[in-house]
Write a protein that binds this ligand. Structure first.
Ligand code: CAA
Ligand code: NAD
Length: 300
């Protein structure tokens, strides 16, 4: 079944069961698209409230998807939502949730915490299990540096909001096997995404290009060349972007913006990724965007 923004694939894939570690913004979206594609998924988070919140937001978003998928057959909406939800399990314990064909990590963007998790998963998960990280900007090879199954490890980089954005970047870590890479590409297709491939380079394809663009927009505003409102309008109406750079920063989070710039600067030393004082000030003041009620714009 295909609609403009959502596709539910019926293609068969080696992956039947998935574990998503981290039930926040990205993890809940990844779990949703997996469940709506007919696969069984377990979401693991340290916080029980986050898991409850994830279930609620998935239920609401599945409703939106179902309304579009079955607009000519509304009798099927309730069943689709219920069956998809029934395929989602939740847990606060990684060790009880490793029995899957694929484990995707979507936890906090910190190298040492991610490494620790992967070292644990490598020891606990069945031999055939593929391990993947959804990191935005950290080196995939560095995240998996301590694991043994380097042939069964790579990056699966989704975009926010996961149920809507149609892209999946499949990141080829240095030691990934052809078999694992092909399985990841197939799996991406099975959850309705168009997959592109990138080597393990800073920011991969999309963030490597988006980060300089957003940094230059902030500097333009900082210099007083144009208002943030006009920069946003300019990029939307003059270049066809769905959101301007300030709206997008509020949407993804100014802290994420700052962090991506920082990591890209560490990795490339390119001056375009140098710190931006105005962005640092906003983050220090806790103005992180929609999630805190204020960023470049105010939200109720
Ligand atoms: N689940 C399911 N459906 C959703 C949804 C969700 N979470 N959020 C929105 N939708 C659906 C809506 O139902 C609506 O569907 P229809 O058009 O079919 O009716 C559609 O998506 C559009 O939603 P809205 O009308 O509410 O809002 P919009 O038209 O302003 O679109 C947007 C919202 C899709 C977010 C759009 O503004 C957009 O594409 N923005 C850019 C997002 C972007 O660039 N993301 C990448 C960030 S970078 C990243 O993620 C990488 C990283 O590592 C940081
Ligand atoms: P988030 O803060 O919304 O969610 C992270 C979740 O991980 C939290 O709920 C936290 O409780 C949980 N967590 C932390 N450590 C854990 C552990 N050891 N075990 C289990 N759960 C743990 O963050 P997010 O925006 O969903 O980002 C998650 C990952 O996805 C990051 O690596 C981020 O860079 C990447 N990413 C984010 C975006 C975005 O736009 N936000 C886009 C693409 C990729």
């Amino acid at each position: 079944v295909l609609t403009r923004k959502f596709s539910i694939s019926t293609s068969q894939n080696a992956i039947k069961t998935v574990t998503v570690i981290g039930g926040g913004l990205m993890g809940s979206g990844i779990a949703q698209v997996t469940a709506q594609a007919g696969q069984t998924v377990t979401i693991v988070d340290l916080e029980p409230e986050i898991l409850n919140k994830a279930q609620k937001s998935i239920q609401a978003n599945l409703g939106r998807v179902a309304k579009k998928l079955y607009k000519d057959d509304p009798g099927k909406i309730e069943g689709f939502v219920k069956e998809s939800l029934d395929r989602i399990k939740i847990s606060t314990k990684v060790e009880d949730s490793v029995n899957s064909d694929l484990i995707i990590e979507a936890i906090v963007e910190k190298l040492d915490i991610k490494q620790e998790l992967f070292n644990k998963l490598d020891k606990l998960a069945p031999e055939h299990t593929i391990l993947a990280t959804n990191t935005s900007s950290i080196s995939v090879n560095a995240i998996g540096s301590g694991i043994k199954r380097k042939d069964k490890f790579g990056g699966l980089h989704f975009f926010n909001p996961v149920p809507v954005m149609r892209l999946l970047e499949v990141i080829k870590s240095d030691h990934i096997s052809e078999d694992t890479y092909q399985t990841m590409m197939e799996w991406g297709k099975s959850v309705g995404k168009t997959c592109i491939t990138c080597k393990d380079t800073p920011g991969f394809v999309v963030n490597r290009l988006l980060a300089p663009y957003s940094a230059e927009a902030l500097r333009m505003y900082e210099r007083g060349d144009a208002t943030k409102e006009d920069i946003d309008i300019g990029l939307k109406l003059g270049a066809g972007f769905p959101m301007g750079p300030f709206e997008l920063a509020d949407y993804t989070g100014l802290d994420t913006n700052k962090f991506v710039l920082q990591v890209m600067h560490e990795m490339t030393k390119h001056p375009v990724f140098e710190p931006i004082p105005l962005l640092d000030k906003m983050v220090a003041e806790g103005k992180l965007g929609i999630k805190t009620g204020e960023g470049w714009y105010k939200y109720k």
